[in-house]
Design a protein around this ligand. Structure first.
Ligand code: ARG
Length: 392
């Protein structure tokens, strides 16, 4: 018998990609499933068994959690990047690492093609495929959900039944949820009307702020070169540190974003995000930078944060521009050392104090009390020169 050509499919265990296994098999492929663990917390073992029972010849599971945090999340945190000023890009950041690892698997497996389960309306297809194009231009890319005739979820469920594809739940899925260590994205259902207040079912990982404890909790985060290394004076590995802050923040209803977002493909969409650890760390990191960076560096870095976010959101992780941005951020991060004390209270992160060995704050200049060394007589000449070009 002629040997079938291999395809590596990014498999999530859900309906779309389960149906995609069968659909690709019918196209004549030997399907190798690939599952990346980025902390989505789903039952990976069951999903793996399901892939094999549908007919995948293999299902490879890769634990990318630590690399995801160290190589993708922390550089983005250091850059202060949030898309449109609000979204920490938990989903966006997971795509390039998954895509790059899939390529390695495809090479090992001697696959000729690679596939994903994204639709033609979203950003994730772009992030996957741009990475495929950059790193493995010779691999054929197939996006079954974009190509097949199954128009609705009901059509897919019908197809699954007809082909004995085991699926977890057949009842209508209300929201589309993507979850990893760095955050949760929720879209669809009643959220599609921007006027609707999000229902309680859209709270996936955190409590509603009004149900959070009445007593505030304080937490101190220590940074070294812009990277969080300790909580309340105790050093933790990145995964443990994020997990602890996620739990702490979730208890206080912290890290929810409700926004209308502009997708790369031109659609506006209503998105809910939950990212408790991220919210705590961004607040802490920003307030430490206020203390240690000079005014012009801060100003320049602010512009770069926005550009960095767009680059990540648009799927351009593996580009020389991102490397150049990182070089700049690494330089400015040299001074981002110290402790930030935060108060967590009913959905809010309130910075309560900050200190740094690299602080640029000088009490002897700022004080209105004892020990003032600022020469006020210099101000007169300075102001006169400052206004000079505009004098009439
Ligand atoms: N809009 C976000 C992004 O482009 C999240 C997409 C998440 N996907 C989902 N199934 N909820 O990064």
């Amino acid at each position: 018998m002629e040997k079938k050509e291999k395809i590596v499919l990014a498999y999530s265990g859900g309906l779309d990609t389960s149906v995609a296994i069968k659909w690709l098999m019918d196209k004549g492929y030997d399907v190798v499933c690939y599952m990346a663990d980025v902390g989505q917390g789903k039952d990976v073992e069951n999903a793996r068994k399901r892939a094999l029972s549908i007919g995948a010849s293999k299902c490879i599971v890769a634990d990318l959690r630590e690399r995801f945090i160290k190589e993708y999340v922390f550089p983005t945190l250091k850059a202060g990047a949030k898309y449109q000023g609000k979204y920490n890009m938990a989903t966006s950041l997971s795509r390039p690492i998954i895509a790059a690892d899939m390529i390695e698997i495809a090479k090992k497996e001697k696959a000729v093609a690679i596939a994903h389960g994204c639709t033609g309306k979203g950003n994730d297809q772009v992030r996957f495929e741009v990475t495929f194009h950059i790193k493995a231009p010779n691999l054929k890319v197939i996006a079954p959900v974009r190509e097949w005739e199954l128009k609705t979820r009901e059509d897919e469920i019908e197809y699954a039944k007809k082909h004995n594809i085991p699926i977890e739940q057949t009842k209508k899925k209300i929201f589309s949820i993507d979850h990893n260590l760095w955050g949760t994205s929720v879209e669809g259902g009643s959220l599609e009307d921007p006027c609707n207040e999000p229902a309680v079912e859209t709270y996936i990982t955190i409590v509603k702020p009004e149900s959070a404890p009445n007593k505030a909790e304080y937490v101190t985060v220590t940074f070294k070169k812009g990277i969080p290394i300790a909580i309340n004076g105790k050093t933790y590995e990145p995964l443990v540190l994020i997990d602890k802050l996620n739990k702490m923040g979730a208890k206080h209803g912290i890290g929810r974003v409700d926004m209308i977002e502009d997708r790369l493909v031109g659609i506006k969409s209503r998105e809910i995000y939950e990212a408790p650890a991220s919210e705590i760390l961004y607040s802490a990191h920003t307030s430490l930078e206020e203390l240690v960076l000079d005014r012009e560096t801060r100003r320049y870095k602010d512009d770069l944060s926005r550009r960095y976010a767009e680059l990540v959101y648009y799927g351009l992780w593996f580009t020389p521009l991102r490397e150049a941005f990182d070089a700049f951020i690494d330089k400015t991060s040299e001074r981002v050392n110290g402790d930030v004390k935060l108060k967590l209270y009913k959905g809010q992160v309130i910075v309560a104090g900050r200190k740094s060995p690299d602080s640029r704050y000088q009490l002897k200049l700022a004080t209105y009390g004892e020990g003032d060394v600022f020469d006020q007589s210099l101000a007169k000449g300075f102001i006169s020169l400052w206004a000079m070009p505009y004098k009439e």
